[in-house]
Design a protein around this ligand. Structure first.
Ligand SMILES: Cc1cc2nc3c(=O)[nH]c(=O)nc-3n(C[C@H](O)[C@H](O)[C@H](O)COP(=O)(O)OP(=O)(O)OC[C@H]3O[C@@H](n4cnc5c(N)ncnc54)[C@H](O)[C@@H]3O)c2cc1C
Length: 462
């Protein structure tokens, strides 16, 4: 099919700007070139480094198996791009098709791709967050600081939050034979991502590896010594713990602040886009010039009730970037939807965890292969009588089978027997995800005063 004149011109001599020079940005840029875009390509990234891989940061890099700074993403091809690294985008003018940078310069575009990802949610108390010994882990600079401190052999590490990142950090500490305490507000590690049944297995693993795991508690304060070094943490159950290092692993915040006032539908939950990666504006109308991909994007998925999914998954960033790039330079009838089935992996406490689908939508779980007590199993998740996800502990070989079941909306539980199914896998049980309508903790913030002039917000963790 012939392209209309303006699209042909865009492909030949247009200017495509990518804001966010990491995994999704790089893979999109490569796809643009692969698919014949010969115009100008500008890559804007606020980090001073060329795109690097993040998953090794909490695994091989912290373990000292891969040197810091050695996780550059492999290049699939030469890009012929203008790189503006160490330059944050600070504003977007959609009418003028212009991105402003922190140094006051601006870049005009014909098509824009936003891949600004997420950053670590910081410890909420700024003074405490600034103590020497308090860390987060998202960037290669974060990893450099943390690995240096772990190498020095702290007497105890405190990990705040037992999601995937927190659990991986705790696992590294144990491999380094460092005493580690993990504090988790929920009833078990990984409970938000994989539910209570699997959370119990994750807790057993942590205990087995000698982690001092404390669930159902919050860290309420971090205390420093006279020199501003972290000395002690205080917990909501009244306990106190001496620690020299605290790693805050409380999830992520989407990098969308720079889009405030731009007219794009961007906020704390990400940038909403359609399945073709076109960004919505605040009126809910898709733009034909601005596309989104990777961790910062929220897009609807037909397999999961058209819910807008925000995924912080490596594979999703790659797949969505490729679709976005293709659609940016293709006419409407050749555009593709991003129909990737979510897939995630983690390595911790000697176990390879892989999941497919969207586990936290599930209401039930059934262990299809192996056994929870052996820490080697595959379990399927069901929602309203359909298979919607699966998780494997050291048994990834079955996941492809479950992925097909998810993609075909197979009934849950599967109406046939599976290999290595034990008694515990004969009947589904509640998956044990926290009820989102029930508060997970007491109030953290209280407002005092009556008039607008004397009203105060106080941070008061329960
Ligand atoms: C420690 C760690 C371990 C992980 N392990 C796994 C794993 O085991 N499995 C898995 O599936 N996924 C894992 N992930 C997640 C995976 O790395 C992400 O899904 C992936 O990096 C997303 O890529 P992205 O390009 O969308 O976003 P990012 O990688 O977050 O890149 C966004 C880039 O945009 C930049 N940026 C932000 N704002 C601006 C701005 N205003 N101007 C210019 N640039 C800007 C950011 O600094 C960053 O460089 C892990 C992540 C981390 C941090």
């Amino acid at each position: 099919m012939a392209l209309d004149g303006s699209l042909e011109r865009l492909r030949r001599e247009g200017h495509i700007v990518v804001v966010g020079a990491s995994l999704a940005g790089l893979r999109a840029a490569e796809t643009l070139r692969e698919e014949g875009f010969t115009g100008t390509l500008t890559m804007i990234g606020d980090e001073p480094y060329e795109p690097y891989d993040r998953p090794p940061l909490s695994k091989q890099v912290l373990l000292g198996l891969v040197p810091v700074g050695q996780t550059a993403l492999p290049r699939r091809r030469t890009l012929d791009a203008r790189w503006r690294l160490g330059a944050a985008a600070t504003a977007l003018d959609m009418a003028a098709k212009r991105v402003t940078l922190a140094d006051g310069t601006s870049v005009e575009y014909d098509r824009l791709l936003i891949t600004t990802g997420v950053r670590s949610r910081p410890w909420p108390n700024e003074l405490e967050a600034g103590l020497d010994g308090v860390f987060v882990l998202r960037t290669t600079d974060d990893a450099a600081r943390l690995v240096g401190r772990l190498r020095a052999g702290p007497r105890r590490v405190l990990v705040i939050g037992a999601g995937f990142t927190g659990s991986e950090i705790a696992s590294v500490c144990r491999e380094r034979e460092l005493p580690v305490t993990v504090a988790e507000r929920g009833p078990a590690p990984l409970v938000g991502a994989l539910g209570g049944v699997i959370g119990e297995v994750a807790a057993e693993l942590q205990h087995q590896y000698g982690v001092d795991l404390r669930c159902g508690v919050m860290v309420t304060g971090l205390e420093g010594d006279g020199a501003g070094r972290l000395r002690r943490a205080h917990f909501s159950d009244g306990a106190a713990l001496d620690a020299e290092v605290a790693v805050v692993a409380l999830g992520a915040t989407r990098n969308t602040e720079w889009l405030a006032g731009s007219g794009l539908a961007a906020g704390p939950r990400g940038i909403a886009c359609d399945a073709g990666c076109r960004a919505f504006d605040v009126r809910g109308i898709v733009s034909d010039d601005v596309f989104v991909a990777g961790d910062v994007a929220r897009s609807p998925h037909p397999l999961f009730g058209y819910q807008f999914l925000s995924l912080e998954h490596w594979g999703n960033a790659v797949a969505q970037a490729e679709v976005a790039a293709h659609n940016m330079i293709s006419p409407g009838e050749r555009r593709r939807p991003h129909l990737w089935t979510p897939y995630f992996w983690s390595a911790q406490f000697g176990v390879n965890i892989k999941s497919v689908g969207v586990p936290n939508m599930a209401d039930q779980i059934l262990v299809g292969q192996g056994s929870l007590s052996e820490h080697r199993f595959t379990a399927a998740y069901g929602y309203q009588g359909r298979v919607i996800a699966a998780v494997a502990f050291d048994q990834a070989k079955w996941l492809e089978f479950y992925q097909r079941q998810i993609e075909q909306a197979a009934p849950f539980p599967l109406p046939f027997t599976t290999v290595d199914r034990r008694t515990e896998g004969m009947r589904p049980v509640p998956a044990g995800f926290p009820d989102p309508s029930v508060p997970t903790h007491g109030p953290e913030v209280t407002v005092s005063g009556h008039s607008p002039t004397d009203q105060r917000v106080t941070f008061t963790p329960a």
